[in-house]
Design a protein around this ligand. Structure first.
Ligand code: NAD
Ligand code: TDX
Length: 331
């Protein structure tokens, strides 16, 4: 199998590449990544370059990527602008990469008749109320709230249209909030861990009652692999591990695990349009494809991630400085 991974130098893309590298030693891996502020070659530095070919390219440039789509059997499409707060400051890169970039991938897939797996998010469904007994399912109507989630929803719609109108061989996955090593420090969990390491207080948006359904990135990657190998073309699968926690609960777990006082955090301004709650019903991928998550104990997973950030300060120090400069302009 020759596999092309877009966004393979990012947080989840690099985790997926590492899974394939170790679990599918006969597969030939090519990464295309633009290396935006979020892409980092250090994320894949431990992998043998003879087995993982890296190409610096922008998915918005069809000519730059078509050659690689043609040479591979399957494209797994992770590349995206991924941070909600950035999309509220400047939506344009989200429109370009998430919509135009996905369109280019789809046209390449159609032209060369290749298989596609498109990686998306639960945010396309909008949010749930705090006590709604329902969770998101593959049939939940789309109702995105932010420029980020609207562009991801648009990209999913394009994939669905290309499946129906042109008969391309594609699957889609919508996953919940990921945590794990190599996550950019702009995101909630690494931001709070690194704030504490640097001697500042974690920052909770609004009242902190917003709920996210946390999954370890290893489990997201194994879900994507299960879909590639066993999924039915044309289908959408939701990936999640039944792990709903309020932001306040997560901050207090991090404080506890790092030996701090549980109230040693600060409230900062809320995110405009802040989604209240996400929750995934993952019974389809579990029942139909036999997928099972590895990380059941969130506190244990969080503790491992805290230790990773403590031990890998040189990986995050520079991006931390840049990120906090950006946040300080907003708040
Ligand atoms: P990330 O921001 O860490 O990585 C994105 C990668 O894409 C980076 O390496 C970046 O350089 C690359 N990229 C961006 N624009 C590009 C372009 N125009 N051309 C080529 N490469 C480009 O993001 P992530 O958190 O790893 O998310 C990966 C995917 O998973 C995204 O599609 C995201 O929507 C989806 N997702 C993320 C989460 C989450 O919790 N982080 C949850 C569900 C789904
Ligand atoms: O400093 C913070 N304080 C805070 O309270 C930050 C950065 C975030 N938050 C809150 C906002 C959210 O309710 O924490 C929650 C999680 O925030 P993010 O890490 O920015 O994630 P979210 O906006 O939920 O989106 C994430 O999950 C779905 C990813 O960034 C997306 O790429 C993915 O699609």
């Amino acid at each position: 199998m020759k596999i092309l991974v877009t966004g393979g130098a990012g947080f989840i893309g690099s985790n997926f590449v590492r899974l394939i590298y170790y679990e599918r030693p006969n597969w030939v891996i090519t990464i295309v990544d633009k290396l935006t502020y979020a892409g980092n070659l250090n994320n894949i530095a431990d992998l043998d370059k003879n087995r993982v070919k890296f190409v610096k390219a922008d998915i918005c440039n069809a000519n730059a990527i078509n050659k690689f789509i043609k040479e591979n059997d399957i494209v797994v499409h992770f590349a995206a602008e991924s941070h909600n707060d950035n999309s509220l400051q400047n939506p344009y890169p989200f429109i370009k990469t998430n919509l135009l970039g996905t369109y280019n991938i789809l046209e390449g897939i159609r032209k060369y008749n290749k298989r596609l797996h498109h990686v998306s998010t639960d945010e396309v469904f909008g949010d749930l109320s705090l006590n709604d007994p329902k969770k998101f399912t593959p049939d939940t109507p789309y109702n995105p709230s932010s420029p980020y989630s609207a562009t991801k929803a648009g990209a999913d719609m394009l994939v669905r249209a290309w499946i129906r109108s042109f008969g391309i061989q594609a699957t889609i996955s919508n996953c919940s909030n990921n945590y794990g090593p190599y996550q950019h420090v702009e995101k909630f969990i690494p931001r709070q861990i690194t704030e504490i390491i640097e001697g500042r207080k974690p920052k909770l948006y609004g009242n902190g009652l917003n709920i996210r359904d946390w999954i370890h990135t290893d489990d997201h990657s194994s879900g994507v692999l299960a879909i590639i190998e066993k999924g039915i073309v044309g289908e959408t699968y939701l990936i999640g591990t039944n792990n709903e926690k309020s932001n306040k609960e997560v901050i207090q777990m991090i404080l506890k695990l790092m030996g701090k006082d549980l109230n040693d955090y600060e409230h900062v301004s809320d995110r405009p349009g802040h989604d209240l709650r996400y929750a995934i019903d993952s019974s389809k991928i579990k029942n139909d494809l036999g997928w099972k998550p590895k990380y059941i104990d969130f506190e244990q997973g969080l503790n491992d991630v805290i230790n990773w950030y403590i031990e890998n300060k040189n990986w995050w120090e520079y991006q931390k400085h840049q990120t906090e400069l950006k946040y300080n302009k907003i708040i």
